[in-house]
Design a protein around this ligand. Structure first.
Ligand SMILES: [Fe+2]
Length: 143
């Protein structure tokens, strides 16, 4: 998938916004300024991972070790491609775009959606009791 789509939406709007932005950076990669564009994408990807990892830590997300591992693995792969002495060509750029878009699609569909659900539930839980009446209270006829 080369563009962000509704099917990639999670229940955390900030995360969705960052994913959309990443897909936008990927779509705008072009050969005339490949190095700068990939540097910008790499920098934003790092910020995005830090953001997600903060959400994992603050909510004690149970699968955070595996999720972090996936981030680290992709970051290392991107770093390796950036560091290569080979000049950017259309073929290399295409391979880079495919690597990132395939990874994002698979990662968002499973890992980011799971994290977002967990974090949304955690946020709801830590917000305290809901203002509506509980089931017990209502069924017992109390005011
Ligand atoms: Fe992630």
């Amino acid at each position: 998938m080369s563009h962000w789509q509704e099917s990639l939406r999670t229940c955390v709007p900030d995360i969705d916004q960052e994913h959309r932005f990443l897909y936008g950076l990927l779509a705008r990669l072009d050969l005339s300024r490949a190095t700068e564009a990939i540097d910008a994408l790499h920098a934003f990807l790092q910020e995005h991972f830090v953001h997600e990892e903060r959400l994992m830590d603050e909510s004690s997300y149970p699968d955070r070790a595996e999720h972090r591992h996936q981030h680290a693995h992709l970051a290392a792969r991107v770093e390796q491609l950036r560091a290569s002495a080979a000049p950017w060509t259309m073929a290399r750029l295409h391979a880079f775009r495919s690597l990132l878009s395939d990874w994002l699609e698979a990662h968002i569909a499973v890992h980011d959606k799971a994290l977002a659900l967990w974090h949304a539930a955690w946020t709801e839980y830590t917000r305290g009791p809901m203002p509506h009446k509980g089931v017990m209270e209502t069924s017992m006829g109390q005011p």
